[in-house]
Design a protein around this ligand. Structure first.
Ligand code: BV8
Length: 224
């Protein structure tokens, strides 16, 4: 009997910790659309620009502190008798720092570096130098461990299994624009799973229930 809770979070979960979202009016960076910076082509074309983008985001994430929504989700994962699958599109580690035991980063994580040649992963320095050789194979193929547009998100099989194992699907602070994450609520509905959206403003996606408000209010309000 599936009794899990599947929680998909997006940039809105960390907005009140001071981390910018992507598609609000200020969704630009150095006058670049994020879609133009978060791509393998952008990295091949101008590695320094992309490196600057992620070094800045890594520093901002390190400065930020978990908010009441992160803490409420960590507490839920601790207290709920069934599995709580925290699947996030976010690349910050605020859920972990709030005490969450396991978080699935489907778009990667700022805290890791990746070797594009051998796949070796290691803790990223605060200021990543993409010219630094891979500590394992020595290749000059260091990159942020981030899933860019056009790249396959991580952990898709585990995410599919988690969804099948759940009785409730909750989308928190995501505009539902980016696939395949944006398709999870549809999949949940197809499995007959109840769906809930917690968002500052309804994203326009189809949910059985929608609660509008800032994450630091609606998430603790729902968890308790
Ligand atoms: C894939 C990197 C295929 C990390 C991200 C053309 C070419 C290639 C692909 C495509 C294409 N056209 C379409 C696609 C598919 C593409 C896609 O969906 N594009 C969109 C733009 C149409 N998807 C992909 O490319 C994916 N890969 O398809 O691969 C494939 C298949 C097989 C084999 C190989 C390849 C990869 C997608 C991942 C891209 N990487 N990020 C980083 O830099 O951060 S996506 C990026 O958007 C972030 O991860 C972010 O999390 C994600 C989603 O955005 P949101 O989190 O929802 O944030 P947003 O700003 O949009 O919304 C904020 C929300 O918060 C709002 O709803 C707002 O109301 C709410 N909010 C604000 N404040 C608060 C709040 N809520 C509560 N409280 C508040 N205080």
């Amino acid at each position: 009997m599936a009794d899990g809770i599947f929680i998909l979070s997006g940039a809105g979960l960390s907005a009140e910790s001071g981390l910018r979202t992507f598609r609000a009016e200020d969704g630009l960076w150095e006058d670049h659309r994020v879609e133009d910076v978060a791509t393998p082509e952008a990295f091949a074309r101008d590695p320094q620009l992309v490196q600057r983008f992620y070094n800045l985001r890594r520093a901002q994430a390190a400065e930020a502190t978990p908010n009441a929504a992160h803490l409420a989700l960590a507490e839920l994962q601790d207290r709920y008798p069934g599995p709580v699958h925290l699947v996030t599109q976010n690349v910050d580690d605020l859920l972990e720092r709030a005490g969450a035991r396991s978080v699935t980063h489907m778009h990667g994580a700022l805290k890791d570096a990746l070797c594009a040649a051998c796949g070796h992963r290691w803790p990223a320095p605060m200021v990543m130098d993409v010219n630094a050789p891979c500590p394992d194979c020595g290749a000059p193929a260091t990159r942020p461990d981030i899933v860019w547009f056009g790249e396959m998100p991580y952990h898709m099989e585990a995410i599919q299994e988690a969804l099948e194992d759940s009785a409730l699907f909750v989308a928190i602070g995501t505009s539902g624009v980016v696939y395949p994450a944006a398709g999870f609520s549809q999949m949940a509905r197809a499995y007959g799973i109840r769906t809930l959206e917690l968002n500052l403003k309804a994203s326009g996606g189809r949910f059985d229930e929608i609660r509008e408000g800032p994450a630091t209010e609606v998430v603790p309000g729902w968890v308790k």
